[in-house]
Design a protein around this ligand. Structure first.
Ligand code: CS2
Ligand code: MG
Length: 402
């Protein structure tokens, strides 16, 4: 089999997605996701200008060699744009391989280790009472694991919180907006939130919280300690993770489990975190971490150190990544949990798929390959629109993490 053609599709059914379609001489095609929130056009151009020309003519079954060719061949290794572009190719090739062998991708990764993939959803509210109502609503929907975030008194907006009716979408159209942030106010509010959640819903529900990289290690250590009585499933992204030793300090002070890595793009970003057992869950997912080929090796390495996966699954991970993640989660041994932030109906219509949700779990389906398609005619109705994540400044105007 030979790759005869490949091209990038950019569509914005509510938010932007970059999809790669790879075609072969046997009529089988594969889809890969290359979406990088707020930097979509950079990945599209990297693919079109630099990778696709070298992809044509290759054997799509050679997933390992093609991965190494694009990773090593660039000389300039790693970083998100490169790794998302390589991931797009890698996912498309695994999709082709599954279709050609007439089997779902999970069978190419070891077969089923579990039937359903436990997922967590997002409950949010502008205040604690509203967040509790949203937890109750998601519990009704069958979720057994819920991430809880709420507004911070004194701050006009808080990242990750739905404002008004309609779905929450992290990226905002137009140029990036700026909002105010105060770690002191945040640290006062979060323990109160989880005390109320446990008081209302009891011990059984898995509770998660995303700190969005906004603390220093010692502040995160304090939060982790104060949350210990509420037995969180995890505290996510407590600090910016460029400084991996920062997690050592947090770890020395708290038994609250820690998840990080949604912004990572290679095993090297998590190398110290894993081998020193400073984290419990790795969030680097397929599209940002070089695809199935690289994530399989990373997950196997993490397994040696009791680190489980907890893949990022926000709406900027397209249905192609979601499908691939569910195959991966179904197969690997050290799966922990999968984030599930449902896409809009418009997005689901552009990407018809076989994966399903039921009672707190998701299932990849049994279609050959990844089991997801792209309706290119419908996609064409939603042209790219510039959109970015908001930027935070502390109350004194200093820049801080988003
Ligand atoms: C969040 C995301 O889902 C999460 O854990 O951190 O909203 C994240 O900020 C966006 O996906 C960034 O693109
Ligand atoms: Mg997060």
């Amino acid at each position: 089999m030979k790759i005869t053609n490949a091209y990038v599709n950019i569509t914005s059914p509510g938010r932007n997605f970059v999809t790669l379609k790879v075609e072969t001489d046997e009529g089988i095609y594969g889809l890969g996701d290359g979406t990088l929130n707020g930097r979509e056009m950079a990945v599209a151009s990297y693919l079109t200008e630099h990778l696709i020309p070298s992809l044509i003519g290759r054997d799509p079954f050679q997933t390992e060699d093609i991965w190494q060719f694009f990773y090593r061949g660039a000389y300039w290794r790693r970083e998100p744009v490169t790794m998302a572009a390589i991931a797009a190719i890698d996912l498309a090739l695994w999709d082709i391989k599954g279709k050609a062998l007439n089997t779902p991708v999970y069978n190419l990764l070891g077969g089923k280790s579990r039937e359903g993939v436990t997922v967590y959803c997002h409950a949010t509210g502008e205040n604690i009472d509203a967040a509790l109502e949203d937890v109750a609503r998601h519990k009704e929907m069958g979720y057994k694991a819920i991430r809880v975030q709420c507004g911070i008194p004194g701050l006009a907006t808080t990242y990750g919180i739905t404002h008004g009716p309609g779905r929450y979408e992290p990226a905002e159209r137009g140029l990036p907006s700026e909002s105010a942030w105060s770690t002191e106010m945040y640290l006062r509010q979060v323990p109160k939130l989880f005390a109320r959640v446990r008081e209302t819903f009891g011990e059984e529900l898995h509770l998660l919280h995303d700190c969005h990289h906004r603390m220093t290690p010692i502040e995160a250590a304090r939060l982790g300690k104060e949350l210990e009585p509420f037995h969180l499933f995890w505290m996510e992204d407590p600090v910016p993770a460029e400084l991996q030793e920062g997690f050592k300090l947090i770890r020395e002070h708290t038994t609250t489990p820690i998840a990080t890595g949604e912004v990572f793009n290679s095993v090297w970003d998590a190398h110290d975190l894993i081998r020193n057992q400073w984290i419990d869950y790795l969030r680097m997912t397929l599209v940002h971490g070089g695809g199935i080929t690289h994530l399989k090796k990373t997950a196997d390495f993490a397994a040696l150190y009791h680190v489980r996966t907890g893949f990022h699954g926000a709406t900027d991970l397209s249905p192609v990544t979601m499908a691939a993640a569910l195959h991966f989660d179904t197969a690997i041994h050290n799966f922990g949990i999968q984030e599930h932030m449902p896409h809009t109906d418009e997005t689901d219509a552009v990407f018809p798929h076989h994966y399903t949700y039921k009672d707190g779990a998701m299932y990849p389906g049994d279609a050959p390959g990844l089991g997801v398609d792209l309706d290119e005619k419908l996609a064409a109705k939603y042209p790219y629109q510039r959109a970015y994540l908001p930027i935070n400044r502390k109350l004194d105007g200093t820049m801080t993490e988003w």
